[in-house]
Design a protein around this ligand. Sequence first.
Ligand SMILES: [Fe+2]
Ligand SMILES: [Fe+2]
Length: 205
Amino acid sequence: MREIGKNKFSVHGDVEISEISNGIYRISGFDDAFGITFNQFLIDDEQPTLIHTGPFGMYKKIEEKVKEVIPLQKLTYVAFLHFESDEWGGMAFLDSANARLVCSDLSSKLNLTGWYNIPVDHISFWDNENLKTGKRIFKFIMTPHIHHWDSMMIFEETTKSLFPSDLFIQPGNNKSVIEEDLSDKMLALYRGAGIFASEGPKTNI
Ligand SMILES: [Fe+2]
Ligand SMILES: [Fe+2]
């Protein structure tokens, strides 16, 4: 029999932060239950952005790392690229009063309506729309059904950084993959796990 309502995430380890590009930080926490890291990204700019919050139970540790780079009150945008708890599970606990939630228009229409006690004040984006946060320009790329039906990716134009919304997965607790191309290996693992849509991944993105 399965226990219903038990929080599966068991994040006991440290959450680490590293700068992976100029002003772009990876905040990484290892999840014991799944044997993978959840990775969040902080982009320090005039209007700082956090991409993903981590799940409930991990957010406070992530918040501590955010505070090593910026005062929390400066955090302007919190983006989740698809509707899952590791992307947005900590949002209700954000102490950053002015942060605005950012998501895809599909997340907004399909997942953010009709919930009790969830802050739904958010900004949604559609394909090829941009958000300028100072020096950085985020371009939103809609990729529905790649990982999830509401998935979108963000491409930061000035550093040419892609935030791929769980397109890739790697088991274990690893350092940031910055230049090494592990895409075939990572995609194979995903296909094996059956997470992609049945017709195979879209390749023209
Ligand atoms: Fe995720
Ligand atoms: Fe995901």
